[in-house]
Design a protein around this ligand. Structure first.
Ligand code: ZN
Length: 657
């Protein structure tokens, strides 16, 4: 009797270098409040005007807010805004003080006269922030902690109501935009969303910075910053012929460094706004301002004025800047309707980031970059996985799932739509521009997006969305192949088996590209995978020497390739939900065992006389992740006993000549 055993450790096959994750967003601080500020949302926010007077010597300020609302009910006699950590001093409507109260988290206002349905009105709210209030949404620091006193806001996803009274959900944009007027000591500069209309001098050594942004804006995208800033401007002319002002604020010492750090912004703007890519830049300007104290993240896509972590302003922030710039289309112009749809923001921006980084650095870099995103997702998947749609509130900015897998869903959609030419945007991009036009300056849901892509590409994407958006996980393929001479040509048999994890669906239905490498040439075929086992045969004119699954990495999967004897693929493939499977039973010339999901504690193989002919123990062999056993044995009947976590499985194998 003789045998040989080959153990394949999957650890040896997996890439070991992972990219450092960059967290673009905070983990949402508070638990999801299921009831919005006003559950019926009986009004529609039209515009916010904020006149904020900051002392810049402490974290306190005063604000006169004017909120314009439209009634959505027949008679609106009161309304409620999100409001926390602030003190309301008075509320004026139609020239007279009106009643208000502040139950925890809210500001409830009684109108002077009921507002008929469809009518609009403006309510004046006077409030202030105590210097000692917790720094949530609004952050203030001063020397010696920082070089210059610095006030800034960053309230994504739902913290902006800690610095002004607002409807703090994305679904109701202020459709006429916002006007943020910053009243500051005259040694400070202020910036906010939109364009600077003017700077005026007021008594008491102060100046007012009048910022105007007349575009629809979701509350979480509103921001201002104030410090002893320097500023420089430039303009970029896009391929559409539009000129877009670029306005940057930074501390004076960083001014020169930002000339280097921001040098690619015009190129990014031209790239994304190309007529065949995302199309016209949607706002009146773009710019960057550093986030520092209280801002531990890479960047935040405040509308027209992105906040970038101070450590990136001198360089090395290209991925973050292009990610945030792409949010101006995906997130700011078209905003997710609910946080359930957050991947429409973050998956899109992460995909756009991959595209630009590939454009900048070439195709090889791009392949590494997207492989890094896949690894981030696989790592997350191993500990916990959930669909990119409707994540738990605490996970809406999960990097591996929402960002990385989200970006891969767009990449796979490109593939499914046949939009695969390198740097030549095609059908999916055209559908994206229709999606942009359909929901321009509004909000959209995942289903809105699916319907537009289906309509524009003529494809039914129900199954794709079911697998990749509404369900979790990814396919783990094993590809077995064999070759056999047949006259002047060669026959290649291919079998692709899905061995998906328990936290993935059992079967992904997906077109899967395979490259058969022959001496002197290679051909590509598309495996139309419809089930847990796919088999196909191909006749090649030259001798096949190998198979490369998914050579351009279009599918978010893992795939291990094994060449096997031609006899093995002639038999029946047995795959089950057990921890150990016999591939081909009956088999020829030997036994192939597959261990699903980690090494067993013990495997023993007995012949029909009860003699143990082979033995494996994880401890004894030191293989933590053994996956495959190939054991050449004479023909006969054999019994396999496997033990996982004290649970025993027994299998019978028949080996033929
Ligand atoms: Zn983002």
């Amino acid at each position: 009797m003789w045998f040989s055993a080959i153990l394949i450790s999957t650890a040896l096959l997996e890439p070991v270098v992972d990219m450092e994750p960059v967290f673009w967003h905070p983990v949402p601080r508070q638990a999801l409040v299921t009831a919005a500020a006003d559950s019926s949302h009986s009004f529609d926010v039209r515009h916010y005007r904020l006149d904020i007077e900051l002392r810049m010597s402490d974290a306190g300020y005063r604000c006169h807010e004017q909120v314009a609302i439209k009634s959505n009910v027949s008679l609106l006699d009161s309304f409620t805004l999100d409001f926390a950590g602030l003190v309301c001093d008075s509320v004026i409507h139609n020239g007279r003080a009106v009643q208000f109260d502040t139950p925890p988290g809210y500001l409830r206002i009684g109108l002077a006269q009921p507002l008929p349905g469809g009518d609009s009105t403006v309510v004046d709210i006077f409030f202030h922030r105590e210097p000692t209030a917790p720094q949530i949404g609004f952050f203030f620091a001063q020397p010696p902690a920082v070089l210059h006193a610095h006030a800034m806001t960053c309230g994504c996803p739902r913290d902006n109501h800690y610095w002004f009274a607002c409807w703090d959900w994305p679904a109701d944009k202020a459709e006429r935009g916002c006007a943020i007027n910053l009243i500051l000591p005259d040694t400070f500069q202020g910036c906010a969303n939109g364009m600077l209309d003017s700077v005026t001098v007021v008594p008491g050594g102060k100046r007012v910075w009048w910022w105007r942004h007349p575009y629809p804006i979701a509350t979480y995208l509103m921001t201002f910053s104030a410090s002893r800033f320097a500023r420089w401007d430039t303009v970029v002319t896009t391929l559409n012929g539009d000129t877009v002002p670029l306005i940057y604020f930074m501390w004076p010492r960083d001014s020169a460094a930002t000339r280097t750090g921001y040098r690619l912004v015009p190129d990014m703007m031209r790239y994304f706004s190309a007529p065949d890519r995302f199309g016209k830049y949607p706002f009146e300007r773009f710019g960057l301002v550093p986030g520092y104290y209280g801002f531990p993240w890479g960047g935040m896509e405040h509308q027209t004025q992105v906040m970038i972590h101070a450590s990136y302003i001198g360089g090395g922030g290209e991925a973050i800047i292009c990610h945030e710039l792409s949010h101006m289309w995906w997130g700011d112009m078209v905003t997710h309707q609910e946080y359930a749809d957050v991947w429409l923001n973050e998956g899109f921006a992460s995909w756009a980031e991959c595209l630009y980084m590939g454009h900048l650095n070439g195709r090889g870099y791009f392949q590494n970059y997207i492989a890094g995103k896949a690894r981030q997702y696989f790592t997350q998947h191993r500990s916990r996985d959930f669909p990119i749609y409707n994540p738990p509130w605490s996970e809406i900015y999960n990097y591996g799932i929402i960002y990385c897998k989200g970006s891969w869903v767009l990449r796979m959609l490109q593939f499914v739509c046949g939009d695969t030419a390198w740097e030549q945007p095609g059908e999916l991009f055209r559908a994206l521009r229709v999606y942009a036009d359909s929901f321009r300056y509004g909000t959209a849901t995942t289903e809105n997006f699916r319907q537009i892509v289906e309509q524009e590409t003529g494809r039914n994407l129900g199954q794709f969305f079911e697998e990749w958006v509404y369900d979790r996980g990814y396919p783990k393929f094993r590809l077995f192949w064999s070759k056999e001479r047949s006259g002047d040509s060669w026959d290649v048999a291919v079998r692709v088996v899905q061995q998906n994890d328990t936290n993935s669906r059992q079967v992904f239905v997906i077109p899967f590209p395979i490259q058969i490498n022959c001496l002197g040439e290679s051909i590509r075929v598309l495996a139309d995978i419809q089930d847990s086992i796919y088999t196909a045969r191909f006749r090649m004119l030259r001798e096949p020497v190998g198979i490369t699954p998914d050579p351009d990495n279009w599918i978010l999967d893992s795939c291990y390739v094994s060449q096997v004897g031609v006899e093995e693929l002639a038999g029946e493939v047995k795959v089950n939900q057990e921890r150990v499977g016999i591939i081909c039973n009956p088999s020829r010339k030997g036994i192939r065992l597959e261990c699903f999901g980690g090494a067993p504690d013990i495997i023993e193989i007995f012949d029909c006389g009860g003699r143990r002919i082979w033995f494996f123990s994880r401890e004894g062999n030191g293989y933590e992740r053994m996956q495959t056993v190939w054991l050449a044995v004479p023909n006969g009947v054999y019994y396999v006993r496997a033990v996982f976590c004290q649970q025993e499985e027994r299998l019978k194998v028949v080996v033929l000549d």
